[in-house]
Design a protein around this ligand. Sequence first.
Ligand code: TRP
Length: 501
Amino acid sequence: MADEEKNGRPAGSAGETPGSQPGLQQSKGDSRAVARDEDLQPTWTDKDGNVHRKRILTGDRTTGKLHLGHYVGSLKNRVKLQTQYDTFVLMADVQALTTHWENPKILKESVREVALDYLAVGIDPYTGGVDDGTRTKIVIQSAVPAIAELTCLYGLFTPMSIILDNPTTKAEAQQYGFGASEENADVVLNEDDRQLYQELASKLHTEFPELGSELSPSDLVVIVGSLGSSGDVSLVHDLEGHGYADNAVAAVLHSARALRVVREQLISMKRSAGIRQMNYGFLGYPVSQAADITFVNAHLVPVGVDQVPHIELTRDIVQRFNRQYGKRRRILVEPQALVGKGGTLKGIDGNAKMSKSLGNAIYLSDSPDEMWQKIKPAPTDPQRVRRDDPGRPEVCNIFSYHQVFCGGNEAGISEDELGVATVEEVAVNCRGAKWGCVECKQQLHRKITALTEPMREKRSYWEQHPDDMIDILKLGTQRGIEEGEQTLQRVKDAMSVRYWD
Ligand code: TRP
């Protein structure tokens, strides 16, 4: 249990984490969404006094093989947690298609690669027979009909506003280039109108400071132009009284009522920026993720901080469901995020995140030689030009890797056993220019290859036993199908979606 608690977050700081992630808004949501130490006891007791393992569900989009960032951020932790909790790992192939729908052919190979990665890092798979909760069920998302059906049912009572305000989908939308709409960009105005629109912008800004100062004139033109055909009869009447037919913007400027309507439209435009270019499936994937988590009624979801908004949404859906349809019974379990302390591993190029699309990833399946080809040219302290310049470990990305993969760290390896330098020695050798960067990198390479050596061995075993691996996927998925079917029946019963037995 003590070990477990190290993975939890200190009580009192729960819910604050998302704000600390660059690019993510402060989560205003549910303070119980991130598990605290007291939530981590690995068992629960039912009303008859029977003790059960708590359930964990976690998952990955199957868009390609997994890398060291996945290992540090979550895989290592999963391998540890599976010994205490009843664990399900979901291969989220449908979610992968929310961004890769044009290229579905990647799925088959990705599923194989990710399965090999799981087995290589030490996921201990369920291989049939009675499921006593001690082995990990690897489940393929698309093969569980209940996930799709739950997604559909949850969508019926999920407010659009929560979906539109999700900071993680917003950040991802930017990453995938679903930018703001360009449709209205080129509006040409004559000089008089331009002045009036500027006046309108500044009036709106003074009266409604919440709109911010960046009011795009082209948005205003579109909104002003549409007010005359609005379904709001008294607004139209009011505008006509102010001479809308002759000069629309002047009329809007003089109608308090019209100004309020413009404000509302600007707010909803802001919300929907970029949404027009997204697919429905992408926008809605957090609802589907709520189905991923609840189809097995998971208690804990080990994830990175970027996923906390999705756990908050899941809790919101569960609370709405239980309140609306549960008649005080808690039909669905409110899950909590278990945010690992591994953190985010930077890319080997120093970029904030290791990722396949940035081309800065070291894969778990890379050979020692491939790893060296990536480590050797990696940037270090830019001020250390010559061999005898003293280095600054605190600005060096390679040094940050030494820290992550050191013996004292969860995802690290013991320097003693390996006969390599400790973090302190690395720092001293760098500052004192006793080592060149190449020597330092060689030390890191030894740490990482030693850490991944057992993975390459296990991987090669499973590569040679592909049918056994397929069986593991089938058996895990079968358990998922069974669990999902039970949950779905309870949900449908509660929602009165049943007409005969
Ligand atoms: N969205 C997760 C990611 O991008 C993957 C995922 C899909 C997931 N379903 C899940 C994670 C359910 C946790 C629980 O990494």
